[in-house]
Design a protein around this ligand. Structure first.
Ligand SMILES: Nc1nc2c(c(=O)[nH]1)N[C@H]1C(S)=C(S)[C@@H](COP(=O)(O)OP(=O)(O)OC[C@H]3O[C@@H](n4cnc5c(=O)[nH]c(N)nc54)[C@H](O)[C@@H]3O)O[C@H]1N2
Ligand SMILES: Nc1nc2c(c(=O)[nH]1)N[C@H]1C(S)=C(S)[C@@H](COP(=O)(O)OP(=O)(O)OC[C@H]3O[C@@H](n4cnc5c(=O)[nH]c(N)nc54)[C@H](O)[C@@H]3O)O[C@H]1N2
Ligand code: SF4
Ligand SMILES: [Mo]
Length: 859
């Protein structure tokens, strides 16, 4: 069978994939980059490359569930419709809410939006994109009059200066990063990273601006003030295409908030390179002043005329594979549909198009407010699709209280046990990546197809189909009678005529009559083209707007003196429901780390490799401490990924407050108030075992996927109940009561290792990798297992850097010792970095550290 061309399941880069299915029963699939796809031209990062490891049926939800019992679709759909109907009758349509996701396909989004806003009559449809790029959307709307990204990926190839603002591009949009690296090689493009942390992206930059948290508005205002002083404002462009808020120029403060020398360097770079692109992401958006940040950036580009030209513009890079599709169909609570709002004529046109009896009267509640309304009992029916709010919303203590109070929680997911699913009354099994069929829109407005590779597993159905089935039960079947995804897409494309008629850029009417065969063969294409705003701005005056924005006052808090940042890891995706199943992806960061500056660590008594608790006004969570001078003093950072399904601690959204940006409603995840305290458990242990357990009563535990099972890190006080941790089988044991050491290995009936636990109260624990590799094997002797290492010692490879070829940090240092001097040399010696390339920034960093050590040694 030939390869199927589809699109990656993960980030908003939207890489094309060629997938070759190797057999129908084991769902084996060989993944390669699609050379024909304009987003990646064949490149893939570590997550895309290892997609094949996450398409198995492990952990899948394969049948509808009512509470803990399997139900037929008939019963489950009937139950959902009955509850929804009763809720509307008793409490009105606004008591119903849908919480959607940028991981739905456009067709799913369209169907859900139509059901809620047109038929139920509730505006309470919002999406996790509220947590992601609502601020960028609001900024674009304020500046351009429509949510239109004015750039495209071609600009990455043709730019001379790139500012990466609040973006760890090398980890979160790796293929964009690789494209920028190529441009840098070719044109000498300069890269500036604006981020409080020295990330792997910042390590590679020509200039790292370690801005204070939320210092971006001040920085961009000062930058523009400096350009004005240098007469580099484009007066001609301003006169023709832009209007400024009253007092805009007078208010522009020259105070950059960063050290003068760094600011001067930045200004000189910016002055010298008119072909300048600003990519911004969560460090900009996830802030209580995120919309202002977006406008500070956009103001800069408008005022200097660095927009609508090749290689220039303010480019919001999106997170999820279909964050953009949701924005287009109207999945955000403050839009009706297809870039239309709630004006009388817009509502009337939508009602007519949908033949909808019940178009909602105005905007609904945005995500954080939506859950507040659930908490207060104003929303009584909540349907969550393709998102895990019990982990990903801020202040999950509150969110979980809300979920547990809600009379009806419906969850559509692909995974059986998610933190949110634990609160559901009804769970509906959805088709996942590789099974579903439809379209997604990436960061550059490029629409491409996701195509099915496997037949639907179990009872799972497409998300749009589940929505249509519920609509039918509600008596609205005729308007939801799509036979296939192509029909949904056709209806949506045709509906964009309403946007077109209003002079908006969004326009897919060319596809209003697309046939099923054409849809099947659909090639990636960009709505709006390369430079969608070059012909004028979709505002009444045709001009864009310079929005007056002023920097926020610095936040201080005596009780919680540190600033708390939350971020992503290179090889994990969000709440880990899928990437957490991949042994390769779990090697990079097997545990959630609390990154802290050496001075703050010293002051708090935290030690590298120990445990530390972060406390805020909302909650507390425990992490493995990583002391790092990549953090600014006074700031700590934790990952967003760990959920209760994966760990007993490290769930970071216990910590943030529910404060949001006043314009966009996006939470300020990246600048909270916190303090840290050391955690000193009486004992530490690790455990490998074939299956999943959830230990109780510990100070800390996490699990990470290894080839034949799971690796658990554990810590606790008082006695440890080994029996509760280990399965039945033939046990071997050593103990040293003086040092509080105990080691137990368990073999199954066939002699293979099914579990092993290593405990200490004061000493060291063995290295994890070899022990984890023995799971499921019967090769090692009892003595070796209890020693935790083979009798002929293997070289210690250090932490794994390249997950594709399993190359460790120490392997790379050896290659450097042998004379390797570049990332390419290291690749030649060790193969590290030669497959997906996601680890190349890490290798470059090792080279830098190594050569500076060599220099020191030489002096
Ligand atoms: N590996 C991986 N890739 C992903 C995802 C994933 O889960 N894993 N998720 C995808 C999704 S949905 C998204 S939204 C994107 C997110 O992609 P990114 O935005 O790159 O990811 P984050 O790590 O959340 O945040 C980026 C940086 O913002 C910085 N920051 C914090 N506060 C400030 C500030 O005040 N100013 C500035 N300038 N910077 C600040 C943080 O230190 C952090 O390094 O990634 C996508 N890609
Ligand atoms: N502290 C902190 N919190 C954050 C962030 C941060 O930077 N810091 N970032 C925020 C951002 S930008 C984002 S985008 C969110 C992401 O947060 P979430 O959306 O909550 O995270 P995911 O783990 O991607 O959840 C997707 C869920 O959908 C399921 N799923 C996957 N595919 C399908 C499908 O096809 N159909 C259905 N029905 N289900 C499916 C998955 O199993 C999973 O349970 O987190 C936000 N939360
Ligand atoms: S950059 Fe990686 S995660 Fe993002 S779409 Fe491409 S392959 Fe997938
Ligand atoms: Mo996101």
């Amino acid at each position: 069978m030939g390869a199927t061309r589809t699109t990656c399941a993960y980030c908003g880069v939207g890489c094309g994939i060629a997938a070759e299915v190797s057999g129908n029963d084991d769902r084996g699939v060989v993944i390669t980059g699609d050379r024909m796809h304009p987003a990646n031209h064949g490149r893939l990062c570590s997550k895309g490359t290892h997609l094949g490891e996450t398409v198995g049926l492990e952990g899948r939800l394969l049948a509808p569930m009512i509470a803990e019992r399997e139900a037929s679709w008939d019963e489950a759909l009937g139950r959902v419709a009955d509850r929804m109907r009763a809720c509307i009758a008793e409490h009105g349509p606004d008591s119903v809410a849908l919480y959607l996701s940028g991981q739905l396909l456009t067709e799913d989004y369209y169907a859900a939006n139509k059901l809620a806003k047109g038929y139920v009559g509730t505006g309470n449809v919002d999406t996790n994109s509220r947590l992601c790029m609502a601020s960028a959307v609001a900024a674009y709307n304020r500046a351009f009059g429509e949510d239109v990204v004015p750039c495209s990926y071609e600009d990455l190839d043709a730019t001379d200066l790139v500012l990466l603002v609040g973006s760890n591009t090398a980890w979160c949009h790796p293929v964009i990063w690789q494209r920028l690296e190529k441009t840098r090689e070719r044109r000498g493009t300069k890269i500036v990273v604006v981020d409080p942390r020295r990330t792997e992206t910042a390590e590679q930059a020509d200039l790292h601006v370690a801005v204070a948290p939320d210092g971006d508005v001040a920085l961009f205002n000062a930058l523009l003030a400096d350009m004005k002083r240098r007469s580099l404002v484009d007066e001609e462009y301003l006169a023709a295409h832009v209007e400024a808020d009253a007092g805009f120029w007078e208010d522009l403060s020259p105070e950059s908030g960063i050290p003068d020398a760094v600011f001067r360097k930045l200004c000189d770079l910016v002055a010298a390179h008119p072909r300048m692109l600003t990519l911004f992401s969560q460090g900009a958006n996830q802030s209580v002043c995120g919309t202002d940040k977006g406008n500070a950036i956009t103001n800069f580009h408008l005022a200097t005329g660095r927009i609508n030209r090749i290689g220039a513009g303010p480019f919001s890079i999106t997170g999820q594979p279909n964050a953009m599709g949701g924005r287009e169909v109207g999945g955000l609570a403050n839009m009706l549909a297809c870039h239309l709002g709630f004006a009388e004529d817009e509502r009337a046109d939508v009602a007519e198009f949908w033949k909808a009896p019940n178009v909602c009267s105005g905007p609904g509640l945005k995500a954080v407010e939506m859950f507040r309304a659930v908490h207060e009992g104003r929303i009584k029916f909540l349907w969550v699709m393709a998102t895990n709010p019990a982990v990903s919303l801020p202040d999950t203590g509150f969110v979980r209280e809300a979920l547990s109070r809600c009379p009806t929680v419906v969850v559509s997911d692909i995974i059986a046990d998610t933190d949110t699913g634990r609160f559901a009354h009804i769970r509906l099994p959805a088709l996942g990546w590789g099974e579903k069929d439809g379209t997604v829109t990436n960061s550059e407005r490029c629409i491409s197809r996701q195509r099915a590779l496997f037949p639907p597993p179990g009872e799972a159905r497409a998300d749009w189909k589940i929505v249509a089935d519920v609509a039918a039960r509600m008596g609205w079947g005729e308007s939801f009678a799509w036979p296939d995804a192509a029909s949904v897409y056709r209806e949506y494309a045709s509906m964009t005529s309403l946007a077109k008629a209003r002079g908006k850029v969004l326009n897919l009417t060319a596809h209003a009559d697309i046939t099923a065969a054409e849809y099947e063969a659909l090639e990636p294409f960009k709505w709006g083209g390369e430079r969608p705003l070059a012909g004028g701005y979709p505002t009444p005056s045709g001009k864009a707007r310079l929005v007056r924005v002023t920097p926020p006052a610095p936040a201080t808090n005596a009780e919680f003196p540190l600033r708390l940042n939350t971020a992503r890891y290179r090889d994990q995706w969000h709440t880990m429901t899928r990437t957490g199943l991949s042994p390769a992806l779990s090697q990079h960061r097997p545990e959630p780390l609390l990154e802290v500056h050496p001075a703050d660590a010293r002051a708090a008594g935290l030690v590298d490799g120990g445990l530390g608790r972060v406390e805020t006004a909302s909650g507390a969570s425990v992490y493995r401490v990583r002391v790092s001078d990549g953090q600014r003093c006074g700031e700590v950072c934790v990952p967003m990924h760990w959920a209760d399904a994966m760990a007993g601690e490290g769930r970071s959204n216990r910590l943030p407050s529910r404060a949001v940006d006043p314009v966009s409603g996006q939470p300020g995840y990246k600048n909270g108030a916190a303090r840290v305290v050391p955690v000193k458990p009486a004992w530490r242990a690790f455990l490998v075992r074939r299956d999943v357990i959830a230990p109780q009563g510990l100070v800390y535990w996490t699990r990470a996927r290894v080839k034949a099972g799971w690796l658990y890190e554990l810590a606790g006080d008082g006695a440890i109940d080994m029996a509760a941790l280990l399965p039945a089988g033939e046990q071997m044991e050593v103990a040293d009561p003086v040092r509080g050491m105990r080691r137990i290995a368990v073999r199954g009936d066939d002699g293979s290792l099914i579990a092993a636990a290593y405990l200490t109260r004061s000493g060291e624990l063995p290295a994890r990798a070899w022990v984890a590799d023995q799971l499921g094997l019967d090769a090692a002797s009892a003595a070796e297992l209890l020693a935790g290492r083979p009798s002929t010692p293997l070289p210690d490879r250090g932490p794994i850097v390249c997950v594709c070829h399993g190359v460790g940090e120490k392997d790379i240092v050896l290659a450097l010792d042998d004379g390797a001097a570049s990332v390419a040399d290291v690749g030649g010696c060790t193969r590290a970095g030669t497959n997906c390339g996601s680890c190349r920034p890490a290798i470059a960093k090792l080279i830098k550290v190594f050569s500076s050590r060599e220099q020191e040694a030489a002096q």
